[in-house]
Design a protein around this ligand. Structure first.
Ligand SMILES: [Zn+2]
Length: 303
């Protein structure tokens, strides 16, 4: 049976592959399943996706278009995957190979773009036109959605804000190389691992981010220094975005988005760097949490 209100989304992560079937008429997920990601093996990855899709469609009795969110992106010049930290995907013609295996319509997008489209369609920013979605997790990624349309860009890199240098640097700035080959990328300063490393280097305390936040809440001075710096940096980095695309809403996802004080503290100081006498942009927590990846992938096939 073909049913156009049902769309499949896959979140192809480094450790797990998750599939969901979304009913876009009522925004409800009617099916979801997770399997571990095959490691370092492209063909096993293709077969795992094929099996997951076929099992899902058999169990549901539906044939649906498929969207896939991946770490990295597809080069519009070569059609090959690039910039994926699941490195066995890089250089591969994933979309073409999966189309051959599954014989169906498939759209593939960067996972941060999927997050942004999910939150803009029926998430925290559903009522806003111009939306910037950011994942602050082990890495930093983002996507831009304008009037419910994902902005892909001339080079397919729109929203790759995490690999710009940290803006408005302070004097006592330590320079940090990034895996992308540049130095001082935003990702090296406001991701979870970056904060844990920084705290350890400055104070000799090997705390998890969770511990740092807990101790900060308990009044610990060292953790306050680390968290205050994080707030200041997030504000500067988002001010840079606001000065360029001036979004109605910025939605945060990923591990750091669960820190509720970000939504209170960042907007109190970001006007220090925003080139305007007032700031209407709203800073919002993602509504769909970990489900945004599969939901956004499913939304890719809305025409
Ligand atoms: Zn970088």
């Amino acid at each position: 049976m073909k049913e156009h209100s049902f769309k499949l989304g896959i979140d192809l992560g480094g450790t797990k592959i998750e599939i969901a079937c979304l009913n876009v008429k009522n925004n409800k997920i009617i099916y979801r399943k997770r399997i571990p990601s095959p490691q370092n093996d492209y063909n096993k990855t293709l077969n795992a996706i094929k099996n997951l899709v076929e099992t899902t469609e058999n169990e549901l009795g539906l044939i649906c278009p498929l969207g896939i969110g991946i770490p990295g992106s597809i080069s519009s010049k070569t059609g090959k995957i690039r910039n994926a930290n699941s490195v066995w995907l890089n250089g591969m013609l994933l979309e073409k190979d999966l189309r051959k295996k599954l014989n169906k319509k498939i759209k593939i997008e960067n996972d941060a773009n999927c997050f942004a489209i999910s939150e803009a369609m029926d998430g925290a920013a559903a009522k806003f036109n111009n939306v910037f979605g950011v994942i602050l997790g082990t890495g930093v990624g983002s996507g831009i959605v304008f009037n419910k349309n994902l902005i892909r860009g001339a080079n397919g890199i729109s929203g790759e804000w995490g690999h710009n240098p940290l803006p408005w640097k302070k004097n006592n700035f330590d320079s940090r190389p990034c895996w992308c080959g540049k130095i001082d990328c935003i990702e090296k300063y406001i991701s979870g691992p970056a904060i844990e490393n920084e705290h350890k280097n400055r104070f000799g305390e090997a705390f998890s981010l969770k511990d740092i936040v807990q101790f900060y809440s308990d009044g610990n001075e060292n953790c306050k220094i680390t968290i205050d710096l994080l707030i200041d940096r997030i504000a500067r980095c988002l001010a840079l975005v606001i000065n360029i695309i001036d979004p109605d809403a910025i939605v945060l996802g990923g591990g750091l988005s669960n820190l509720d004080f970000i939504y209170e503290k960042v907007p109190k100081i970001w006007d220090n760097w925003i080139f305007s006498d007032y700031v209407n942009t709203k800073l919002l927590k993602a509504l769909h949490g970990d489900s945004s990846g599969v939901r956004g992938a499913a939304w890719l096939n809305i025409d």
